[in-house]
Write a protein that binds this ligand. Sequence first.
Ligand SMILES: [Zn+2]
Length: 215
Amino acid sequence: MEPTITTYEYSYITQQVNNLVSAYLSVNDVKMRGVVRATTLERIVPLLPVDDPLAQTFVHGLQPDRLTREAAAKLIGMIEPLVIPFPQLTTKQLSKLFRKVKKLKQPEWGSLNLHQLTYLGWNDGGNQKKYLVAPYEGRLIGIQGQFNPETIKGLCAICHTIGNVSLFVSTTKTSGLGTYTRNGNYICRDSAQCNRQLTEPQALTDFLTVVRPKR
Ligand SMILES: [Zn+2]
């Protein structure tokens, strides 16, 4: 079976299952729990491949009236092979995306779960920089920016969730006269966390449209 679930759909499914577990823990009325379960399934089943044994076992696992966090995490992990992972890029591919960067700090691939990444983002703390690689108009683009070391509680421009964010400033236009147009946005400090909160692609596309360099 070829993977068919996108990473942001996977984040959405994960979020929905976690909400279901929370409802199981907080709602005493058995009928109400049934309603929440039905709504959850209505939302996530259309995202799963039809007639796939893993997907069927997953849905079956959500049927009981009680589900622990551990059991839910196991179920979510079970459908990971059905998710299209973010591509593992070579150093060469990355340097092509960031031609102007002399010594590009590499992402820590070992610590990343590629099935949970709609975009790749990593920090170069020493240089107060953040790098993003994301799909845009059918290809991967690289965006770099100054990343303020200060973290505040605020709304992230990528995942639209309130959390620990820092100011990301990218240069969107360079003129021949040495003048720059810069654009600043608050985004999640931790891009892995941001990806887990990114449940639809439009927010990311809108962000990229604003911050990508223009000619
Ligand atoms: Zn975010």
